[in-house]
Design a protein around this ligand. Sequence first.
Ligand SMILES: [Zn+2]
Length: 299
Amino acid sequence: MNRINSICRNFLCGASSDYKNPPNINWDICCMTKDEGGLGIKEAKIWNKALLGKYVWWLANKKDHFWVRWVNHVYMKDTSWTDYMASSDCSWSLKKIVLIMSIFKQAYVSNNWLNSSKEYSVKAGYDWLRGPQPKVEWSYVCWNHLNLPKTSFICWEFMHKRLPTRDRLLRMGCPIDPVCSTCCQAPETHSHLVYECAYAIECFKLLHCRQHICLRVQELVHWFSTVRRPTKLQKRFIGACHVAVIYWLWRIRNEAKMNAVVRRPEVLVSQILHDMKARVLALNNAPPLPRDQAWFQNL
Ligand SMILES: [Zn+2]
């Protein structure tokens, strides 16, 4: 299971399967759901336990299955599944299932799973093993379906402060100039790159004029719910433009570093709006509401 996790982790950071260096983002974070700030990847060790929980469910419910009848007849006999301890002559696989049995005993007994009319599902077992996790408020903006996947991924790294900005590279020991390559005026940090850099402020100001949005993702979430009542499509469009700007700020920073070229903010914002409108028209099968049509014409 560790090997499977390692191959998945290396695939995510574009490395070969035997890559040994630590990943850019903790694997535990990647394995959280998108609502919790992760990528929704299944953690192989926990998923394996949840799958084995299905056998425990069969044994606990005396499922009419050949394997269950055999285990009951040969090993468990009249012992209750909650009290059964694996004997030394048990197979390796049964010993593992008995181990999982002791983990799931609490869920089946204390959480009344056995009294429920529902069948055990691997997803329910997986969620129970992971336990309740706090949610993040920005996942709606980050994983909006109008976003391009590459923009969502960069936004996700940004929200976790895991982009390889110059301050992080310096902390890792890379001999690098700390000054922002886009504006050449201040040290480059996550906060500077998106919220404080003169270039970023100008980009968001142009978007602000066109769409009336605020600067930070957290403020955007607040704005969606309280300040105004945009339609669902408008919310998604604004969120997607915001995420696209974060992606492009990172890309422009890289272009400035490699080629010493920075495109004008008005060109960038016009391009983002043009691309997003084309994407909305391509993805939206239903005709837009009259309110949306008027809003789009004013962009
Ligand atoms: Zn800057």
